[in-house]
Design a protein around this ligand. Sequence first.
Ligand SMILES: Cc1cc2nc3c(=O)[nH]c(=O)nc-3n(C[C@H](O)[C@H](O)[C@H](O)COP(=O)(O)OP(=O)(O)OC[C@H]3O[C@@H](n4cnc5c(N)ncnc54)[C@H](O)[C@@H]3O)c2cc1C
Length: 421
Amino acid sequence: MNDVIIIGGGPAGAAMGCYLSMAGIRNTIIEKANHPRPHVGESMVTSSTRIFEEIGFLKTMEETGFVKKYGATWHAPANRGKFSIEFAEFPQPGIHQDYTYHVDRGKFDHQLLKHAESMGSTVMQGVVAKRILFDGDQAVGVRVGLGDQEVDMFAKVIVDASGRGMLVGRQMRMIEKDPVFNQYAVHAWFTDLDKGDDHTRDHIHIYFLTVERGWVWQIPITEEITSVGVVVDKSVFSEFHENIEAYFNAQLQTNSNLAHTMRNAKRINEFKSEGDYSYSMRNFVGNGYLLVGDAARFVDPIFSSGVSIALYSAKYASECIVAAFEKNEFGTAVFQPYEDRLRQGAGVWYEFIRLYYKLLPLFTRFIANPEYRLQVLQLLQGEVFDRSEVPVLDAMRNYIETVEKSSSHIFRPQLADIPLE
Ligand SMILES: Cc1cc2nc3c(=O)[nH]c(=O)nc-3n(C[C@H](O)[C@H](O)[C@H](O)COP(=O)(O)OP(=O)(O)OC[C@H]3O[C@@H](n4cnc5c(N)ncnc54)[C@H](O)[C@@H]3O)c2cc1C
């Protein structure tokens, strides 16, 4: 019998496999696709490097030659220039390089899954987990589809790392859709962008659009290929009657810097779209099971937080699993510290995102403020697991309250209709 079955071989599942193998816990990863498979989510934050180093994967990241990401650049809708941050400004404990990576997720996820296998995980690809199995309220196994057969596999602990497949969330009907964000993303890869030749060439570029909560990402995948994605509220997309190309091109024209960058761009693969993507499960743990990465919680990707959250959730969940094996106790209580920690980290991202959308000029203002710049950088680099370390969020909140109370404030017309609680 396995000690642990992990459903899903994305970053959360593969990192979980590595941590468990390092602790001597036998684990099997069940992945429905055959890697490499395409995936959205191509730009990282620097905190991920700490995990790569811990699981011995940093060398592979370097050798694979992913594009190095030294910072991020934002562009206002009208041609009012751009502003940037560089990760080197805020050195992070335990991280010895001032860049992170942009990745082809097909390649990255494949490498990480192979790494998990080399560390000791048994990896089964092309195998679909159908449901988790319970004895009373204790999870005891997984029913999997192998071709046209169904087979039951058993383990002491089941980890759901199925991403937006949300296997356990669906099975247990515990998906809570976000009450505020209903964004929709359309994205594809392009060549022949005019990215200029200054030091921001390999940054992630975020272009603000004129529609509320609308933005575009530009992420270099190789020297030639760039991922471009448009994100807007679903209602804006509906106006185009689901004509993806017309919608995409219309949005590109609403930011003059973006229109310039894209003027000769050629699309090299099909458009893909993602909708309804902000949610949380009611619980992240139960008797004998834990949910990690997107299977537990997903927040809007404006700050490229997803892979980092997936990796840290695997790390923190694995610590509780190790404790469970030490105590030989597999009830909810032993896994609860993981849930509390992930709620805190994802909660900090969520609070930051909400304040950001509530008043866009606030972000620029706080980045430019010497008192707060480093704390904003700290957030942008993914150091989110201790709320007390980022009082800048309280300062942002207070600022918004001041704007709300003053009808003549210069930023008043830019306040979005988003509740802060
Ligand atoms: C529009 C958009 C843009 C994004 N941009 C970024 C970004 O720039 N940077 C960033 O860090 N994040 C970004 N993200 C988020 C990022 O994609 C995810 O947070 C990240 O992939 C989560 O990793 P995971 O391992 O939890 O899930 P996944 O990477 O989705 O992996 C889950 C795996 O489980 C497998 N699986 C699913 N169901 C089953 C089943 N029943 N049985 C077996 N296997 C199964 C899947 O095949 C998959 O391989 C973005 C997300 C969206 C929607």
